[in-house]
Design a protein around this ligand. Structure first.
Ligand code: PLP
Length: 386
């Protein structure tokens, strides 16, 4: 039977895959060693497990294992990338180009850097959420050191043209950083063919545990320099000190392996169900889909429901559907989503938008139920307001 509520908020976090949890458990109990302990078997076991996970993570994105820095998640990776680059390349310049639809972990880090004299250009995106690569090129100054553009957007799921942006970065001798938290594990991401220099991602958005993430840092052509933001024992090649979260890293490795092996299957399943949901929504009056519908993650649908408000919809779902509205997210206040506003949506329409994000565990029954619930709620709300 259907278990309620139905979870359609996988861009916020995914459940840990049971196969991931299983490989983690021994590293809490039997093999609990510190991966930095060099004098005994407890340390060696932990170190070997981390090395294996590092290979699994690197394999998913076409990197070398020694280009992977483990962190506590994508927020930390974003901070380390931006702050670390700014410090390491201070002699070259102090200008960053980014987008106004980036995740808060990028935008707020940039705002922090601005207080320290860094110059940041926040480029606007088109109505479909995509950036014009020509706008990026036009924003380059002699002092520019970094282009920071997210791979796929967490709210609307659109996929930015990363390889074209990389070509521009290369042409001008700039580094390209991408927050690929929503893309890695869901669509093919390859740091070599995409031409990425630094990339952040996180285990809990791809069926791994919370509290562990990675920063890919290119080692050749070019060798990226990064100033550590957390000092201490010199772990992770000195770029991120602190005892490694061994069980988390082991789980992250397994999650990457599963995503690599199951990606086509996962995509086929979530895309079919997402399309079914979307087709049903489009039958309803006043429903529009946000974001480019070709360059988009297969499991995400962001819909606006004209003539109603998101909070009313959420209430109407009767706690049967776990989804995100276009007005949450921003520090617990009811601000309309800045991402939807950047696409040109009015405050009203942004407020009446809902993000549905599916997972490899989403079932057809759940989508059928969701369609029913949304249809009934919308009908009720509109009858009431007439
Ligand atoms: C979730 C998310 C983050 C933050 O990741 P954490 O691992 O939770 O810190 C950063 N960027 C994007 C695009 C995200 O979706």
């Amino acid at each position: 039977m259907l278990s309620l509520p139905i979870y359609l908020d996988n861009n916020a976090t995914t459940p840990t895959d049971p196969a991931v949890l299983e490989v983690m458990i021994p590293y809490f109990t039997k093999h609990f060693g510190n991966a930095a302990s060099k004098n005994h078997v407890f340390g060696w076991e932990a170190d070997e497990a981390v090395a294996y996970a590092r290979e699994q993570v690197a394999n998913l994105i076409g990197a070398e294992p020694n280009e992977i820095i483990f962190t506590s998640g994508a927020t930390e990776s974003d901070n380390l990338a931006l702050k670390g680059i700014v410090e390491a390349y201070a002699g070259k310049g102090n200008h960053i180009i980014t987008l106004n639809t980036e995740h808060k972990a990028v935008i707020d880090t940039c705002k922090h850097l601005e207080k320290n004299g860094v110059e940041v250009t926040y480029l606007p995106v088109n109505a479909d959420g995509l950036i014009d690569v020509t706008a990026i090129e036009a924003a380059i100054q002699p002092t520019t050191i970094l282009i920071a553009v997210m791979y796929a957007n967490n709210e609307i799921g659109i996929i930015q043209p990363i390889s074209s942006i990389s070509a521009i970065a290369k042409k001008h001798g700039l580094l390209l950083f991408t927050d690929a938290t929503q893309a890695v594990g869901k669509i093919p991401v390859n740091v070599v063919s995409d031409g990425i220099d630094i990339m952040a991602f996180s285990a809990h958005k791809m069926y791994g545990p919370k509290g562990v993430g990675a920063l890919y840092v290119r080692r050749k052509n070019p060798r990226v320099k990064l100033t550590a933001q957390i000092d201490g024992g010199g772990h992770e090649r000195g770029m991120r000190s602190g005892t490694l979260n061994v069980p988390g890293i082991v789980g992250f490795g397994k999650a990457c392996e599963l995503c690599r092996l199951q990606m086509m299957e996962d995509t086929a399943k979530t895309e079919r169900l997402r399309n079914k949901l979307e087709q049903a929504l489009l039958q309803l009056e006043g429903v529009t889909i946000n974001g480019n519908n070709i360059h988009r993650l297969p499991h995400v649908c962001n819909a606006s429901f004209k003539y109603t408000d998101g909070e009313g919809l959420l209430m109407g779902f009767n706690k049967n559907l776990a989804v995100s509205s276009g007005s949450a997210c921003t520090s617990a206040s009811l601000e309309p989503s800045y991402v939807l506003k950047a696409l040109g949506l009015s405050d009203d329409l942004a407020h009446s938008s809902i993000r549905f994000s599916l997972s490899r565990f989403t079932t057809e029954e759940e989508i059928d139920f969701a369609i029913q619930q949304i249809t009934a709620t919308l009908h009720e709300l509109r009858t009431m307001s007439h």
